[in-house]
Design a protein around this ligand. Structure first.
Ligand SMILES: C[S@@+](CC[C@H](N)C(=O)[O-])C[C@H]1O[C@@H](n2cnc3c(N)ncnc32)[C@H](O)[C@@H]1O
Length: 286
């Protein structure tokens, strides 16, 4: 037998429950977390306290507008203006790729290598928001980090996120970038575009409609940019230097194959969901 007492739901609880239902209906992958993050953003309180926090009319209007935008599949991070990546936050919005949790492992691989060297020289190709470079200088502060991004709007986001960090951030094509560093680099890291052109339908609306095209697509097999990463890394790395590049989960064999032949210790790594995610290789010492 129950107690017969029905607790009255607070206004924020009702608002949250309606928002969760709306996001679910719109096909958003994580409706509870997203509804909570957005309310937390509007109220400026941690997620754990939301259901006990009161909300005024202006906040309610702002929240409903955000839920409407999220239902239309605007990326959560564009609505809050930032994306968490490892131990840092980067500012993001229209014109730049939103960094993904799976890339945190590739960044971690680069950081571990950098920490093992006295003063690692690190190059990030395809920097986007600068999340990987920012994590490297944050967690391996003795490193000297250089980053390149081709797309002017994305480059502006990278400049903003990397301002004051000492990272040498340049705008240009990775294929010809950093000629001044040829043969002197310890670590090359890249999360390049890697989606095959014909995979358009399999990409979620948040990415397809809001990540820049230059950040996503890369030729018929999705490997065009990774082939350039292989060439550039070979040119930049000193003997014994290492390269790591992210790839699609369907490229667990084809991406390492790009490094077969002249590279040593070619390995593929899985992400937290146990899907093939990034390839690493070493430029042989001789
Ligand atoms: C998948 S996004 C990754 C961004 C960021 N590194 C991250 O992990 O969030 C790929 C980035 O590569 C950039 N890009 C594409 N082709 C490039 C090229 N040839 N040279 C330099 N950057 C390029 C795109 O503009 C985009 O910002």
């Amino acid at each position: 037998m129950g107690t017969g007492v029905n607790r009255v739901r607070s206004q924020s609880e009702r608002l949250l429950d309606d928002a969760i239902a709306a996001l679910e209906q719109a096909g958003v992958g994580s409706p509870v977390a997203d509804a909570e993050w957005l309310l937390s953003h509007v109220l400026g309180v941690p997620r754990a306290m939301l259901r006990r926090t009161s909300i005024d009319g202006t906040q309610k209007t702002a929240y409903l507008e955000l839920i409407d935008a999220r239902s239309r599949r605007f990326p959560l991070q564009h609505l809050t203006g930032s994306a968490a990546f490892r131990y840092v936050d980067v500012e993001v919005g229209p014109g730049v790729f939103v960094p993904r949790p799976e890339t945190e492992l590739l960044a971690g691989w680069a950081i571990e290598h950098a920490l093992g060297l006295e003063q690692a020289v690190v190059v990030e190709l395809c920097a986007g928001s600068g999340a990987i470079s920012l994590s490297v200088v944050h967690e391996a502060p003795r490193s000297r980090v250089h980053a390149v991004e081709l797309d002017p709007p994305a480059f502006e986001w990278a400049q903003r996120n990397l301002a004051g960090t000492g990272v040498d951030v340049r705008q240009g094509d990775m294929g010809t970038a950093f000629a001044d560093l040829d043969g002197t680099v310890d670590i090359v890291v890249a999360n390049p575009p890697y989606i095959p052109l014909d995979a358009w339908e399999s990409v979620v609306p948040e990415a397809r409609d809001h990540d820049p095209a230059l950040a996503l697509w890369s030729g018929d097999d999705g490997l065009d940019a990774i082939r350039v990463v292989e060439q550039v890394a070979w040119r930049l790395l000193k003997p014994g230097g290492v390269v790591g590049t992210e790839h699609a989960d369907a490229q667990g064999e084809s991406a390492p194959a790009v490094f077969s032949g002249r590279w040593a210790d070619v390995r593929d790594h899985r992400d937290l969901a146990d899907r093939p995610r990034f390839t690493t290789a070493t430029r042989p010492a001789h």
